[in-house]
Design a protein around this ligand. Structure first.
Ligand code: UDX
Length: 442
């Protein structure tokens, strides 16, 4: 089977690499010629563990190629995925569907101009409910209804674990409106069903909404435990024990109950807001999700105040070492990272910032001002009045604590990811502030 993937971003590249690895013939299309040139030269424009190796393997086997020629790629493909970005529209927070619709128009023209048979157009981008219907309308301007089907196939992969998530997903969700499209999608996902991954078929609108509902639910889980963390701090309880205590109930489950500085990233912040907008438009507001989004926004800034308190209430002319900037480990992604609000909050309070991140520095430079960047955690801490762990990178999980302490001007460590244990840190001579835990002996 020949597959074309329109949009060589995160989702497009990971899906393309994995489909090619399963033996399909994949063409990745992107409008950006620089990106295509880089990919052809073997350079992967995003940081994702294992992706470069996987792409390289498929390139050598002749199963994947990259092009800016959408019409050419689509003409020969039986299945065409739309995996372009759907960013938050500036100003109102609705999902911006410009790229999805212009891709649909180009695909329609390309298929119209080619003579071969039936095509399946699959919307993989995260899109509001009803977008598949509009894609179908756009395609039917240039194609007769018998020549194509439109499926919704939302992507649930996590950055940093994307390949594993693609190949061994909890489930694949496919929304279709006709049997032929459904059968084509069954062939596409046959390699995964061999891995015992449940492929769940539903109608298109339910599939579209499932993606938003899943992300909003996970964002709610995180926000819930973050509020419990604040309550734990106020009452002397331990949020990690509370999370374990509730997570052992199989109805709740243990995952996504790690308290932290608030969720960030390319999905949760924008998808929750887009869901809120859709729900308001339909006169059925999702009040819980509205609250989750606003609590999470406020939390990021509140983390800056937490650092100020840990430093004795005054940070003017003091230096804060920020350890970890990306919204989570194993990515270089800075989109909506909590570190951005934390750094800005500390700067507003008068602090100087020096920061370290293993992969995110280049992207961080684009979104942060007046920050000095260090090459490693110890250089970052040198002479600083406090260090703050914002992202739980592996290199920050086993720090040489004596070296860190010696580097700092004051042994203040704020640990927004609960990487360390209060008792150990006290013994090592740190003034240590975790999340949702108090040291009963401090
Ligand atoms: C998420 C979804 O998990 C994925 O299914 C969807 O397709 C895209 O969005 P991703 O954004 O890559 O994936 O990261 P994820 O691991 O879900 O983390 C999102 C944010 O939540 C991060 O900022 C992370 O630090 C935070 N988080 C996650 C917590 O604070 N606590 C947790 O327990 C889990």
């Amino acid at each position: 089977m020949k597959i074309a993937i329109v949009g060589a971003g995160y989702v497009g590249l990971v899906s393309g690499a994995c489909f090619a690895d399963f033996g399909f013939e994949v063409t990745c299309v992107d409008a950006n010629p620089d990106k295509i040139a880089a990919l052809e030269a073997g350079k992967v424009p995003i940081y994702e563990p294992g992706l470069a190796e996987l792409l390289d393997r498929s390139v050598r086997r002749g199963l994947i190629r990259f092009t800016s020629d959408l019409a050419g790629a689509v003409a020969g493909a039986e299945v065409i995925f739309i995996a372009v970005g759907t960013p938050s529209r500036r100003g109102d927070g609705y999902a911006d569907l410009t790229y999805v619709y212009s891709a649909a128009e180009e695909i329609g023209r390309a298929i119209g101009a080619s003579s071969e048979g039936h095509r399946t157009v699959v919307v993989k981008s995260t899109v509001p409910v009803g977008t598949g219907d509009e894609v179908e309308r756009i395609l039917s301007r240039t194609l007769s209804r018998e020549r194509f089907g439109v499926a919704s196939n939302p992507e649930f992969l996590r950055e940093g674990a994307a390949i594993e998530d693609f190949k061994r997903p909890d489930r694949v969700v496919v929304g279709t409106e006709d049997e032929r499209t459904r059968q084509t999608m069954a062939r596409v996902y046959r390699p995964l069903s061999l891995n015992q991954a449940p492929v769940f078929y539903t109608d298109r609108r339910s599939a579209e909404l499932t993606k938003y509902a899943a992300n909003a639910f996970l964002a709610t889980k995180i926000t819930f435990i973050n509020e419990m963390a604040d309550l734990c701090e106020a009452t002397g309880a331990n949020v990690q024990d509370v999370a374990r205590g509730i997570g052992l109930d199989r109805r709740i489950g243990p995952k996504f109950l790690n308290a932290g500085p608030g969720y960030g990233g390319s999905c949760f912040p924008k998808d929750t807001v887009a869901l809120i907008k859709t729900a308001q438009d339909h006169g059925t507001p999702t009040r819980i999700v509205e609250t989750v989004a606003s609590v999470n926004e406020q939390r990021k800034r509140a983390m800056a105040r937490k650092v100020v308190r840990a430093m004795g209430g005054e940070v003017r002319e003091r230096t804060v070492a920020i350890l970890g900037l990306t919204f989570k480990p194993n990515t270089d992604d800075m989109r909506d990272a909590p570190s951005i609000a934390i750094v800005r909050g500390l700067q507003d309070a008068g602090a100087r910032i020096v920061a370290f991140d293993p992969e995110g520095e280049a992207n961080a430079r684009d979104v942060m001002e007046n920050v000095r960047f260090a090459r490693d955690p110890y250089e970052c801490a040198r002479g600083a009045d406090a260090a703050v762990i914002v992202t739980e990178w592996d290199v920050l999980r086993a720090l040489d604590l004596d070296r860190l302490k010696a580097a700092l001007a004051r042994p203040v460590l704020v640990d927004l990811r609960n990487v360390y244990e209060p008792e150990v840190m006290r013994e090592r001579g740190f003034a240590y502030t975790p999340i949702g835990r108090v040291d009963p002996f401090a």
